[in-house]
Ligand binder design. Structure first.
Ligand code: CIR
Length: 253
């Protein structure tokens, strides 16, 4: 069960955020409305939400998930792989210190975006992406070991982050799409394969029995509902324009 979430307000400079999508420039006003609805969805799932202020220095800072890996017991601040995002972590670390007595960090030469980290109980799958390198993964695995947890790496070649194409919905159920569909690492799970036309919905978020699903993906929403979850659709079109998915807008613990 999760009880808390941390989000970070989008800043006006988000229009200059990193992206490989060709979906146009985000509408900041609409992004604020969508962020507010996302926050409502977190609260509807029973979470107490705290929000870090916007920071115009960091266009991508609303994608807070990449900056820390957090459970109810511990927090690890990452070292984001993109130069323009590295400084996002200092305010996140300060905020996490209000929740945790000690906060560990990934240090150079490691880089790691927590969008590349998928928690399955006490095991963590770590995608080796353009943002997360082997040194970052090794550092995380060492820190996980100190907490009695384990980690293993997943090779990846196409997606921005591991959780761009995978979401763990607890109960051994995994959403899978694209390059991960045929990866034997995930054979152990009851996989729900996401239709390629709705690949964006592979990044959905389980919170206490409800699954937040990006709106406009009816096949995925139906499949997740049929698997026994309550579905709460959330519109995040303006964040998608920056390659952001639902999970990257919060830390949940
Ligand atoms: C970036 O490229 O870093 C941001 N524009 C999007 C980050 C999305 N994060 C995530 O999926 N975990």
């Amino acid at each position: 069960m999760f009880t808390k979430a941390i989000t970070r307000m989008p800043c006006e400079n988000m229009i200059h955020g990193l992206t490989s999508a060709s979906l146009g420039v985000p509408d900041f006003g609409l992004a604020l409305e969508q962020h507010a609805d996302y926050t409502s969805a977190l609260r509807e799932c029973g979470l107490t939400v705290s929000c870090i202020d916007a920071d115009e220095q960091f266009p991508d800072s609303t994608f807070i998930e990449d900056t820390a890996l957090v459970t109810s017991q511990w927090a690890i601040v990452t070292r984001p792989g993109a130069d323009s995002r590295r400084g996002e972590t200092s305010k996140v670390e300060r905020h996490l210190s209000t929740h945790f007595s000690s906060v560990k960090s990934i240090t150079a030469p490691g880089t790691l975006d927590a969008g590349d980290v998928m928690m399955v109980g006490r095991h963590f799958f770590i995608g080796l992406s353009d943002r997360t390198n082997q040194a970052g993964a090794n550092a995380l695995i060492a820190l996980l070991g100190e907490q009695g947890c384990t980690g293993s790496t997943v090779a990846m070649h196409e997606m921005l982050h591991l959780k761009t194409g995978l979401s763990y919905l607890e109960n051994n159920v995994l959403l899978v799409s694209g390059e991960f569909v045929s990866n034997p690492i995930f054979d152990q799970f009851d996989c729900i394969e996401i239709d390629p036309a709705e690949s964006y919905a592979a990044n959905s978020v389980w919170i206490n029995g409800t699954v937040l699903v990006p709106s406009g993906n009816p096949i995925a929403a139906r499949a997740i509902g049929a698997a026994g979850y309550t579905v709460r659709e959330v519109s995040v079109s303006e964040f998608r324009k920056l390659d952001g998915g639902l999970s990257c807008l919060s830390l949940r613990f």
